[in-house]
Design a protein around this ligand. Structure first.
Ligand code: MG
Length: 274
């Protein structure tokens, strides 16, 4: 079985300091968590930016730039920028950050009804973001919230808008998205192209179970405070603790953990100079 790629989604759009004091908000805090998570065993970091004043999701290119520069100079983590946008962020606000040429960026290939809002990704927007990633040499991570998004992703490849092999992230257990069951995970794995790589982001209390199944099934995993803020019921986690738990689990289950450079090889990314 391939070594395990562990992605940390350190921040996301939602958790605030009031909900968990451990969530990193400023570029300095995000970089500090990236360093700690690399030391704990992560090989990739999924990045969002926040307004340092009010903690809301930010689109400011300078913030994304500061975060990327810090991660790239202080770690060897694979940098993956989110192109997600809540509350009606327009294409212009979601694509600008791709100029920073991270190694990867997330690409959601469909729309989702979140509990109180629509996470809107129109066909035109998805294609425009895919074309931008291609222009900058960025490998997309297909963010899959439901089965139909897998066929949307393979259709992009057929159109030549993304290169193969594809890499998928199954986001499971979020209200409005596919439920986090083993049957659904097995079915999604079976549905993607056979040469594709895949990872699972289990949301909330689904994180531990989905992580465990992915380790056993030969997939990869994403953990972090974007997706889940608890270590166990009632006990808030730090990002590094969530990584440590995956590392411990994979040791028990007999799966080796990939270094960032090994993860680059598994994902067919260019290697960085030493
Ligand atoms: Mg995200």
């Amino acid at each position: 079985m391939d070594k395990l790629i562990i992605t940390v989604a350190v921040t996301g759009s939602l958790p605030t300091k009031r909900v968990t004091p451990h969530v990193p908000i400023t570029p300095e805090e995000i970089i500090r968590d990236g360093i700690a998570c690399e030391a704990a065993g992560a090989s990739m970091i999924h990045l969002h930016a926040r307004d340092p004043e009010d903690e809301s999701p930010a689109t400011d290119l300078a913030l994304f730039g500061a975060i990327c520069r810090g991660i790239q100079t202080k770690t060897r983590l694979i940098t993956q920028i989110s192109t997600g946008g809540r509350a009606g962020m327009a294409y212009e606000q979601r694509c600008e950050r791709l100029q920073l040429k991270p190694e990867m960026a997330s690409l959601t290939t469909g729309s989702v009804n979140f509990p109180n809002s629509v996470y809107e990704n129109s066909p035109g927007l998805i294609e425009a973001l895919a074309a931008d990633m291609q222009k900058y040499g960025i490998k997309p991570e297909m963010e899959i919230f439901d089965l139909s998004m897998i066929s949307n992703a393979t259709a992009l490849a057929e159109k030549g808008l993304v290169s193969t092999p594809l890499h998928f992230d199954f986001v499971m257990g979020l209200r409005g998205a596919i439920p986090a069951t083993v049957e659904n995970l097995v079915h999604m794995r079976r549905t993607i192209p056979s040469d594709a790589t895949w990872t699972v982001a289990g949301i909330g209390k689904a994180q531990l179970a989905m992580t465990t199944h992915a380790i056993l099934m030969g997939g990869h995993v994403r953990v972090g405070l974007e997706d889940n803020i608890y270590l166990r019921r009632g006990e808030l986690a730090t990002n590094a603790q969530l990584i440590e738990r995956v590392v411990k689990l994979s040791e028990i289950l007999g799966r080796e953990v990939a270094t960032p450079d090994e993860a680059r090889q598994l994902l067919h990314l260019p290697l960085l100079p030493v």
